[in-house]
Design a protein around this ligand. Structure first.
Ligand SMILES: [Zn+2]
Length: 253
């Protein structure tokens, strides 16, 4: 099952979702989005990183079913996700009928993760959760709520992690990264590679790395060679996100 992980700010400490208490509760809590284990690298063609294999049809209305949360969260969730729809032809609506849903959201397990695009309607996600937003329905931090929802709905419309594009060159200290995740999350080496190091082929016009994309996760300096490189967590859609999603799902016919 997907690892449940939660970042406290780098260098300050980390806590597991529903696990040990954070070391500093005054510090904003940030989350790492793990890749679902079904995801395979070979044969996929993402860029931006959009995944062409998992892309929905144009002008798709993605019907969202909430598996286990009270209704009040639904309006907030869809209102936040709708930021994508301002720049592309994909929309999100709530459905009360699970068999008619395209994506299914749980707030009770799985950390933060999502199937990529149409993968949501493939086994094993078809009859269960395809998006995991563990604890987000009770999260009062608006900025973090927005970041996570935009990121996971980015996956839901077919986007991969920006950092894993083949054109991205991060000066990772490989063994430091492997050791870090082994110590803190008990990730085996292959889990670290799937979430951090594995890269996808990339195609124009999406090959340029956008370090401010909502599909980026933070790069702490401590895990890079010489501690000279870092990327902060994004706060929302970048201008490149807005432009590129409009190319992928163009509003104009
Ligand atoms: Zn992610």
């Amino acid at each position: 099952m997907v690892n449940k992980v939660r970042y406290l700010l780098w260098g300050l400490g980390i806590c597991l979702v529903f696990g040990v208490a954070c070391r500093d509760k005054k510090t904003p809590v940030l989350h790492f989005c793990t890749r679902l284990k079904k995801v395979k690298i070979s044969g996929r063609q993402p860029a931006f990183a959009p995944n062409y294999i998992r892309q929905w049809g144009q002008h798709k209305e993605i019907r969202v079913f909430l598996l286990d949360s009270a209704r009040p969260i639904s309006a907030r969730l869809l209102r936040t996700a709708a930021a994508w729809s301002k720049y592309c032809n994909v929309t999100f609506t709530l459905t009360e009928k699970k068999p008619l849903s395209d994506i299914r959201v749980t707030f009770r397990s799985g950390g933060y993760a999502s199937a990529v695009g149409k993968e949501a309607n493939e086994s094993p996600y078809l009859n269960g959760p395809s998006m995991f937003l563990e604890g987000l329905d009770t999260l009062s931090d608006d900025a973090e709520f927005t970041r996570v929802v935009l990121h996971e709905f980015g996956h839901a419309i077919g986007l991969e992690h920006e950092l894993q594009k083949s054109t991205v060159k991060i000066p990772w200290d490989t063994e430091a990264v492997v050791s870090y995740y082994k110590d803190l999350y008990k990730w085996p080496r292959e889990e670290v590679y799937r979430n951090i190091f594995d890269q996808f082929p990339v195609e124009k016009p999406y090959e340029e790395f956008d370090s401010t994309s909502i599909m980026v996760y933070a790069v702490p300096a401590e895990l890079t060679i010489g501690h000279t490189f870092s990327i902060p967590w994004p706060k929302g859609l970048s201008s490149t996100d807005e432009k590129d999603i409009g190319i992928w799902y163009p509003i104009k016919k």
